[in-house]
Structure formats: C-alpha cells, structure tokens
Design a protein around this ligand. Structure first.
Ligand SMILES: NC(=O)c1ccc[n+]([C@@H]2O[C@H](COP(=O)([O-])OP(=O)(O)OC[C@H]3O[C@@H](n4cnc5c(N)ncnc54)[C@H](OP(=O)(O)O)[C@@H]3O)[C@@H](O)[C@H]2O)c1
Length: 259
C-alpha cells in the first residue's frame, strides 16, 4: 500500500491504460477520481473500485472547465487536492501528414496536446499552493510527494512514418513535460513522462489502423504490452520517496525493435 495517503486523478480511465492505472492506484492504497467522456463506463468502474476509493468525473479532458470540475471533485470527495495527477487521455491517428485524415487533426491536437497543457497548468497551480513555504533542502515537499505523470509515447521520442501526425503531438508533449519538469522541480513537484511502445487496447481501433496491419505487428514483435504493464510503471514512479524522481520511462515490448 505504497500510495495510501495519496489522492489521484486519472484522465482517460474508461478503457485501456487509464483504466488499468486507476485499478493499480487503488490497489496501492490511493483514492482516485476517474475521468473520460463515457460516463456509464466510469460509473461502473467507480462502483467496482468502491465509493470510498473512487469517484467518477465524466467530461472532455481537453475542456478546462471539465478538468477543474474533476480536480474539485477530488477535493470534495476525498478532503484534499489531488497530489497525483495522471494525464493519460489521448488518441492515435494512423498515417502521416500526407496519408492521415485531416478532419481528425483538430480533435487529436486538442486532446493530446492542449488538454495535457491545461491539466499540467491546473494541477501544478494547486500542487504549488499545497506547500507555500519556501522550497529548499528541508522544504515541506519532503513530507509529501506531489506527482504529475503524463503518458506520452515512444513515437514522441523516435519518429515513426506510419503515425507521424500522432507522433508530432507526442513530440510536443515530450517538450511540454520536460519544460514543466524543469519549472516545477525546484518546488519539489515531480513531472514524469512515461512513453510506451505498442500496447493492446482500444487505441488501434480509434486510430484507424487496419486489423491486418496490427496483426502483422503482433506476428513480428508480439506479445505487445498490456495496459497493466504501463500502470505498474506509474505506481513505481509515484511510490518513490519524495526526494527521488523517476523522470522518464521508455517502456517497450521486449521484441519491439522500432520505433
Ligand atoms: N495503445 C498504445 O499502443 C499506446 C502507446 C503509447 C502511448 N499510448 C497513449 O496512452 C494513452 C491511453 O491510450 P490507450 O492505449 O489506453 O487507448 P484507449 O484504449 O483508446 O483509451 C483511451 C482513453 O482515453 C479516453 N479519451 C480519449 N479522448 C478523451 C477526451 N477528449 N476526454 C476524456 N477522455 C478521453 C477514452 O475514453 P472516452 O472515449 O470514454 O472519452 C479512453 O478512456 C493515450 O494518451 C495514448 O496516446 C498508447
């Protein structure tokens, strides 16, 4: 129960990686607000995790007002601001600037980049307010870890021609997160980037990858990661003592050679 004192928010928790993260955080002792757009799935998840451990805040993770409502719910339900915010909501898109569907670019950039920026902004403001005293070697941050964990992608570090429009949003997230890390580190707030390779989830269907293509990936490099593999990395990073920061985690299926 390494996260027993922690209050968390996880975006994109109605499926895949976010759902697994919410389950693992609760198993590690945290109380969790879960967000995504599909309210019925979130309600079922919160009921399964237990009303004393989980609460659902349905809404669009790219909408600043929905993010404020989710953070407020953490405070009102669990009596404290979230000190572990996992920014996971996102979507893929098959293809490059030349081959992907331009009608989907706006929603993807809004969710994958602007939504991440809004939640970094809002959660950082609250986390900074938690420890008003000046930072320093003996600052109040020592007794209370605060984490912003962002789920990027291996294609935000290594260019992949089969998803370069999506990859460009994750490259932007990579830069955004490293900037926030440098900005918030002196105050003891840890900003962590986890960049998975292939994970089996609803992601491939939403992104519009052809089933034969994903099957060929599975045949070449499978087995790919499970959502729980990413969730364990989140728990590992957040469970470190307050003076330790696991800043960047690149997580691939063992046989993934590229990207
Ligand atoms: N799967 C992979 O291979 C892979 C690899 C590297 C990184 N990632 C990243 O991991 C994250 C999670 O992906 P996944 O594999 O778990 O995909 P997934 O199974 O499709 O789940 C995506 C989650 O995000 C939510 N979501 C999407 N847009 C949202 C929005 N505007 N507001 C609120 N929630 C939203 C979805 O819920 P609703 O539809 O209910 O809103 C769902 O819960 C994404 O950031 C993705 O880019 C995935």
């Amino acid at each position: 129960m390494t996260l027993q004192q922690r209050v968390a928010l996880v975006t994109g928790a109605s499926a895949g990686i976010g759902l697994a993260i919410a389950e693992h955080l609760v198993k590690a002792g945290a109380r969790v607000v879960v967000n995504a757009r599909r309210a019925e799935r979130l309600d079922a998840l919160a009921a399964r995790l237990g009303p004393d451990r989980a609460a659902a805040a349905a809404g669009d993770a790219a909408d600043p007002a929905a993010l404020t409502a989710a953070l407020d719910l953490a405070r009102s339900r669990f009596g404290a601001d979230a000190d572990l915010v996992v920014i996971n909501a996102g979507r893929g898109l098959a293809g490059s600037a030349i081959t992907s569907d331009p009608a989907q670019w706006g929603e993807m950039v809004r969710t994958n980049l602007l939504g991440v920026a809004h939640l970094i902004r809002q959660s950082a403001q609250r986390m900074l307010a938690m420890a008003q005293a000046p930072a320093g070697p003996e600052g109040p941050w020592r007794s209370r870890p605060r984490d912003i964990v962002v789920i990027g992608s291996v294609v935000g570090r290594h260019v992949s021609p089969f998803s370069s429009m999506y990859g460009s949003t994750k490259f932007a997230v990579h830069g955004l997160v490293e900037g926030a890390r440098r900005e918030l580190a002196p105050s003891g707030v840890r900003v962590t980037l986890i960049e998975p390779g292939f994970v089996a989830s609803e992601f491939q269907g939403v992104a519009g990858y052809k089933e034969e293509w994903f099957r060929s990936i599975l045949e070449r490099i499978g087995p790919v990661l499970e959502p729980a593999d990413v969730a364990r990395a989140v728990v590992f990073a957040a469970s470190q003592p307050a003076h330790v920061h696991v800043g960047d985690v690149l997580l691939r299926p063992v046989r993934q050679d590229y990207p």
